[in-house]
Design a protein around this ligand. Structure first.
Ligand code: GDP
Length: 418
């Protein structure tokens, strides 16, 4: 019995000796070096860690649970590869300072946001189903014939007019198409449709669609248009994009005549992390824009997104008011680099008459066409481009924050004609 007890005691002694001399490594320990600032050149001290996060240490965005609030440095470690953040301190390496952690967190947040934005970016093809189904019957009928005859031209004309291309633009498009068909000896309906699509893309591809921005001063982008077209929503959506592009954004609630407008913009400002400047209800919109520019300059913000009224209660002329807003926004240090006319695609040709008034009053630099997703009248884009001579810069393809996209003529024409 004593022999057995002695043997057991010996075994325990040997086991503790073994444990003391075995190396304390675990898989993935090389990741435990405190992270260096992302993109910065120098490491920390003598046991310098890598100068930037090694690819293996960075989060695989597929593995990040986007719904979970971030913890530690915001990386969800993969099982078996990375230890929990608390272990970093246990192992005695230098702890990352607050600035480093904040920098990494920001870089990761941006990467995750970019991936999310990429994942949900709406496609013209998916969102223009209504407009496409209006044209589909005509396209099928035209392609079912073996030749191009008078019925073909009649159907094309009807299709374009119903899609709200407008009579004069339709006439121009079809006259040019006839001439090309004759010149190129096109006889097949398929070739005719290909030619039409090519023509439409070329017509829409003129002018720059980039949003103008001049570094060095608070840029002001003014949003004008009648009530309900989607100005406030567009500012919110664009604010998110601008922030993601690295701008510091101030939103100006210049629609002081609609009670809920400032509140609505406030919700967007909070969502996207922008400053909000608002005035008293019924007050002078120009002073709101003025204050917003001052705020931007004081806070080093480079972009003011300014909402304006679409209708006034009083007899004050809206166009006069907008002219004044623009003049005030131009006062140094402000600089108006875009005046974006917001038009609702569902109002079709009626929107063109409104547009004319706005373009006469303030120098409109681009059109934002909202609600294309709910409209069968996608052809309005062609009419705007030709009759107003202003490029459609952005389109709204839905109500959520990621549903505002740059206008893409190729994608648009393909989405319309299938
Ligand atoms: P404002 O009066 O010009 O500021 O218009 P709002 O921004 O308040 O928008 C009026 C309505 O249009 C809101 O319900 C928005 O959600 C909606 N809206 C704006 N843009 C779009 C879009 O691109 N698609 C759809 N389906 N709805 C939109």
């Amino acid at each position: 019995m004593e022999v057995l007890i002695l043997l057991a005691a010996l075994l325990v002694f040997l086991a503790s000796l073994l444990a003391a001399y075995l190396p304390k490594s675990r898989p993935g320990d090389d990741w435990l070096d405190p992270p260096a600032p992302v993109g910065h050149g120098e490491g920390h001290g003598s046991s310098a860690p890598p100068t930037s996060l090694p690819p293996s240490a960075g989060p695989d965005l597929d593995d990040v649970d986007l719904n979970e609030p971030s913890s530690g440095v915001g990386i969800a470690p993969r099982p078996g590869e990375a230890p929990p953040a608390e272990d970093v301190a246990d192992l005695g390496g230098p702890e990352p300072d607050d600035a480093t952690v904040a920098e990494i967190e920001e870089a990761l947040a941006q990467a995750v946001e970019a991936e999310q934005a990429e994942a949900v970016k709406p496609r013209f093809r998916d969102r223009l189903a209504k407009a496409r189904s209006l044209l589909a019957g005509y396209v099928t009928s035209i392609l079912s014939r073996t030749t191009i005859d008078q019925d073909t031209w009649d159907e094309l004309e009807e299709a374009l007019i119903r899609a709200d291309v407008g009579v004069s633009t339709t006439t121009m498009v079809l006259d040019d198409l006839r001439a090309e068909v004759a010149e190129k000896g096109i006889t097949e309906p398929e070739a005719l449709m290909a030619q039409l699509k090519g023509d439409l893309k070329a017509r829409l591809a003129v002018g720059s669609r980039a949003l103008a921005f001049e570094p060095g001063a608070p840029n002001v982008w003014l949003f004008v248009g009648v009530n309900g077209v989607g100005k406030t929503t567009t500012i919110g959506k664009l604010g998110k994009r601008a922030k993601a592009d690295g701008h510091r954004v101030v939103m100006a609630a210049g629609d002081t005549f609609r009670a809920a407008a400032a509140e609505q913009l406030g919700v967007w400002a909070e969502r996207v992390g922008a400053d909000l400047v608002q005035g008293v209800e019924g007050g002078d919109p120009s002073s709101v824009i003025f204050d917003a520019v001052q705020r931007a300059a004081a806070r080093d913000a480079d972009l003011v997104l300014a909402d304006t009224a679409g209708r006034l209660h009083t007899k004050v002329n809206l166009m006069e008011q907008l002219r004044k807003v623009r003049r005030v926004a131009e006062k140094p240090p402000g600089r108006v680099t875009e005046v974006l006319l917001v038009l609702d695609a569902t109002t079709g040709q009626n929107g063109l008459a409104q547009a004319q008034q706005f373009t006469d009053a303030v120098e409109v630099t681009g059109v934002v066409l909202t609600k294309l997703d709910g409209s069968a009248r996608g052809g309005i884009v062609l009419a705007i481009q030709r009759e107003l001579g202003i490029p459609v810069k952005l389109v709204g393809l839905g109500e959520t924050v990621d549903d505002l996209v740059p206008f893409d003529p190729d994608e648009f024409v393909e989405a319309l004609f299938g």
